[in-house]
Design a protein around this ligand. Structure first.
Ligand code: HAM
Length: 464
């Protein structure tokens, strides 16, 4: 949003009271901001399935969760991601607080996590330090399907190891999550962009190539040519792609160490039999990367034939030092959760299914209503999932609700039962019902559930 951002923190200003505006007089728009959306209950089962597999992956690969603030000093992102990138020049939500701090909504996780790593002295922890984050991020992008101004990522970062086996493990984690989700047609695109020192030489050669065909580039790329020429390689415009098709490749100009690192990584990927292709034009849109960069695509094309990346990442061995910490190699990646859910829906992947309540609790009359609350919590304490419709007084409509949730048992407490301490227990499978004392209710419910599960287990669904 703002390209002219101060690199130094602004000095603390005296807190001034907010300007009096007539905001309260503006018409109230009952709608989300452009590019932002509600994730409604209907979509949540897909998100829940994703969240569960992410949590499994954290356990399997030894990641610990970290939550960092949504708002950080703007400079943290500017220095990490780099000016000349789309995120900083066009997309970051940046503003000044009432206290005069220049802050930004996080456009990605890694900068905040690197800041936390330094701030909390994590360099003294046993290596590698593996951190996982998830939450919303903000980029003032042009909204379309799969591209939002508020989007969610699942972010994995590993600090303290430079060995390419960690790079391979990052690919392995991504692949594990995606295949567990049921997304089968996955392809990794991988490249190495070497070290910043080594890249200087490559940059010169690339600029020479691009300058010779400057007139064929789009306006954006003409600007990139000055500010961040490697980004020209990533441009999706057809005319730019033609210019870069024969451009010199970063992998051909790597220093010896980066070349060895890349070669070993590819050997590991072969060993793991992961589906990858080397894409010499892949540079990524954030400046902190060194050596390995990669993106993840589904080979099922979108409706318009374009591919949107489901995730991406790479190594960033210089970031922690550049932010003032001890030199610490690091690698990570993030999956775009909104895009994964879209892909799950597109492929008809089964969403997560909540366990359904086994018991429905119906009540009739004020006294029964009071008793029901206690009975509800007692059944819950014994790990029995109970549904109810406490707001309704009418028994008929409560029984309709019981049918809707498809409960195996309906417990009915009427005025009489409330007074004499009993309950009617109706087995919805066999249709039989019995009267039990309230203190024995749990045992009666348990007995029916057990007998129903045996009937199901023996393949005979009919108890009647
Ligand atoms: P990124 O490629 O900018 O990387 O974002 C990661 C993923 O987030 C993308 O592949 C895409 O799936 C999703 N994504 C990005 N922008 C949007 C958007 N506007 N709407 C919907 N989805 C989006 C990073 O952010 C790095 N911090 C990843 C990383 C972690 N590198 C090292 N560690």
């Amino acid at each position: 949003m703002t390209s002219e951002l101060p690199v130094k923190e602004s000095p603390k200003k005296k807190v001034s009271s907010p300007k009096k505006t007539s905001l309260s007089k503006e018409p109230l728009l009952v709608q989300t901001l452009r590019g932002m959306r509600d994730i409604l209950p209907d979509e949540q089962p897909h998100w829940e399935r994703l969240r569960r597999f992410l949590s499994n992956a954290c356990q399997e690969f030894g990641f610990q969760r970290i939550d960092t603030p949504l708002v950080e000093y703007a400079n943290l992102f500017i220095r990490s991601i780099g000016t000349g990138t789309d995120i900083i020049d066009k997309e970051i939500y940046c503003f000044e607080t009432r206290g005069g701090d220049r802050v930004a909504l996080r456009p990605e996780f890694t900068a905040g996590i690197a800041r936390a790593y330094i701030e909390h002295g994590m360099q003294s922890l046993p290596k590698p330090v593996k951190l996982f984050s998830t939450g919303p991020l903000y980029r003032y992008d042009r909204p379309q399907e799969g591209r939002y101004r508020e989007h969610w990522q699942a972010n994995f970062d590993i600090f303290g190891e430079s060995d390419p086996i960690l790079d391979a493990q990052i690919f392995q984690i991504a692949f594990r999550i995606l295949t567990q989700l049921g997304l089968k047609n996955i392809e990794f695109q991988v490249n190495s962009i070497g070290t910043p020192e080594g890249r200087k030489e490559y940059r010169k050669i690339l600029v020479r190539h691009l300058e010779s065909q400057r007139h064929k580039l789009c306006q954006n790329c003409k600007e990139r040519l000055v500010k961040n020429p490697l980004r020209v390689l990533d441009c999706k415009e057809e005319k730019c792609a033609q210019v870069t098709a024969n451009a010199p490749k970063s992998a051909d100009y790597l220093d010896a160490e980066s070349r060895e690192h890349f070669k070993t990584l590819l050997e590991y990927l072969d060993e793991l039999e992961l589906p990858y292709t080397v894409n010499p034009r892949l540079v990524r849109g954030l400046d902190y990367y060194t050596k390995t960069v990669f993106e993840i695509y589904s080979t099922n094309n979108d409706r318009d034939g374009k591919k949107a990346s489901l995730g991406g990442g790479g190594r960033y061995d210089g970031l922690i030092k550049s932010l003032g910490g001890e030199a610490t190699p690091a690698i990570g990646f993030a999956l775009g959760m909104d895009r994964l859910v879209l892909e799950m829906i597109r492929l008809g992947v089964k969403p997560y299914k909540e366990s359904r309540p086994k018991v429905f609790l119906a009540q009739l009359g004020d006294c029964a209503k009071k008793k029901s609350l206690r009975i509800f919590s007692e059944l819950q304490k014994n790990d029995i999932l109970v549904a109810e419709s406490f707001g309704r007084g009418n028994l008929k409509s409560q029984l309709r609700a019981a049918n809707r949730v498809n409960a195996e048992i309906t417990v009915i407490i009427g005025q009489k039962e409330a007074l004499d301490g009993t309950a009617i227990v109706k087995d919805m499978v066999s249709g039989t019902q019995e009267m039990v004392r309230q203190e024995k209710l749990f045992f009666a419910v348990k007995k029916i559930l057990k007998s129903n599960s045996q009937v199901n287990h023996n393949g005979n669904g009919n108890k009647k």
